[in-house]
Ligand binder design. Structure first.
Ligand SMILES: *[C@@H]1O[C@H](CO)[C@@H](O)[C@H](O)[C@H]1NC(C)=O
Ligand SMILES: *[C@@H]1O[C@H](CO)[C@@H](O)[C@H](O)[C@H]1NC(C)=O
Length: 368
């Protein structure tokens, strides 16, 4: 079994054309780095070990690198860096295979990173409030970050993440760069007052720091100017109301800036309010007609129409009729009573007079 292994390897190598130039091919017994990838913060310390080979017999082996200290211990080479001062570095571990005369080597990839020095957000060529429906560009500036290929920038509007972005240029750049990311936004009315910010994250893989370094910008508050919008979802086409009742029309709206209200009312009357609510305490039939509320702000004006129909209140007329009829009846009764009473009184006096006349009349002969 031990004997067949190299044969199998040789056969595989042969299929890949190793006979032509055997030293170009991968070795069967490669140097192994622990860890297999190094992620180091610039200016920090780090270390790795290389196990040169398992079954080789070699005197010529070592580790090539531009920084740090190497220590040999058997076929194990340790590499220690106290302060990482290089942006683009790696380590190569190698040995010369005495059997084949070829050099076997492995490279330890080293990622030297630096979290962004600062992250800031602003609008491109714009300050102050925005208008709804127009397009604006948010700009996120990430300063002095390395390596830029591991950088992901996400814009946030409120709690909503607006698509992560990665650098499109400079992807081979190992030294720190300042990178600008932009995002077009079209604000809506509901975005008024929302906080916007951006977040820069260095995703350095499982060998990197956990959680990955994140630097967040300050917040900017979006002020969005928008046209008035009626708060009541709908109002009836026609309002029918019985005379004598109160009428209240409500055209409360929201908008930025806060809207103002003007009313026009029928019957040539002057409106008594410039608020969003028009109130008539006791409506008359002459108050019927079209009421319009004009809601205005700097952005747009909106007109709301109310058609008000006033029904005569027959109960009032019936009650009034009954009262009048009762009054007329009372007057008649009073009149008749007075006349009858007067008549009775006069009759009495007459009788008395008659009686008195009779007494006088009979007394005369008595006295005679
Ligand atoms: C911003 O304004 C400057 C000068 O007014 C102009 O040169 C530049 O192209 C504008 N940038 C954008 C993205 O519109
Ligand atoms: C007017 O309508 C708005 C929106 O429906 C409501 O919030 C408000 O309370 C109403 N005002 C009156 C006095 O009814």
């Amino acid at each position: 079994m031990m004997f067949f292994m190299p044969v199998a390897v040789c056969l595989m190598s042969f299929l890949h054309g190793c006979v032509a130039s055997s030293c170009d091919e991968k070795c069967a017994d490669e140097p192994v780095f622990t860890p297999s990838r190094l992620v180091v913060k610039f200016g920090s310390s780090s270390s790795a070990r290389c196990s040169v080979c398992q079954h080789c017999h070699s005197e010529a082996y070592g580790l090539e690198t531009s920084v740090g200290v190497r220590t040999k211990n058997g076929t194990m080479v340790s590499w220690t860096v106290d302060t990482m001062t290089e942006w683009d570095t790696s380590a190569m571990c190698y040995y010369n295979d005495e059997d084949t005369g070829c050099q076997c080597s492995s490279t330890l990839p080293v990622t030297v990173y630096q979290p962004p020095h600062s992250v800031s957000i602003n609008f491109v060529n714009h300050t102050g409030p925005m208008r709804e429906g127009r397009q604006y560009t948010l700009r996120c500036t990430v300063q002095d970050v390395a390596p830029v290929e591991n950088l992901t920038v996400t814009f946030y509007k409120g709690q909503t993440a607006l698509g992560p972005q990665q650098s499109k240029n400079n992807t081979d750049q190992k030294t720190p760069v300042t990178e600008i990311f932009t995002l077009n936004i079209t604000p809506r009315d509901k975005d008024d007052g929302v906080q916007c910010w951006c977040e820069a994250k260095l995703e350095l893989g499982p060998e990197g720091p956990q959680p990955p370094p994140v630097v967040t910008s300050e917040n900017i508050t979006a002020t969005v100017l928008y046209k008035p919008q009626l708060m009541t979802s709908s109002h009836p086409d026609r309002i029918v109301i019985t005379e004598g009742n109160p009428l209240q029309l409500n055209c409360t709206a929201v908008g930025n800036p806060s809207p103002s209200y003007t009313w026009s009312i029928p019957s040539n009357g002057l409106p008594t309010t410039n608020s969003s609510i028009l109130t008539i305490n006791s409506i008359k039939t002459t108050d019927k007609g079209q009421y319009t509320c004009t809601i205005t702000n700097d952005v747009e004006a909106l007109t709301v129409t109310f058609n008000v129909d006033v029904k005569a209140n027959y109960i009032v007329y019936i009650i009034a009729g009954i009262i009048i009829a009762a009054a007329v009846f009372a007057v008649i009764v009073a009149f008749l009573y007075v006349r009858y009473y007067k008549h009775n009184k006069m009759g009495k006096y007459n009788l008395k007079d008659v009686f008195r006349f009779h007494t006088q009349h009979s007394a005369v002969p008595t006295a005679e």
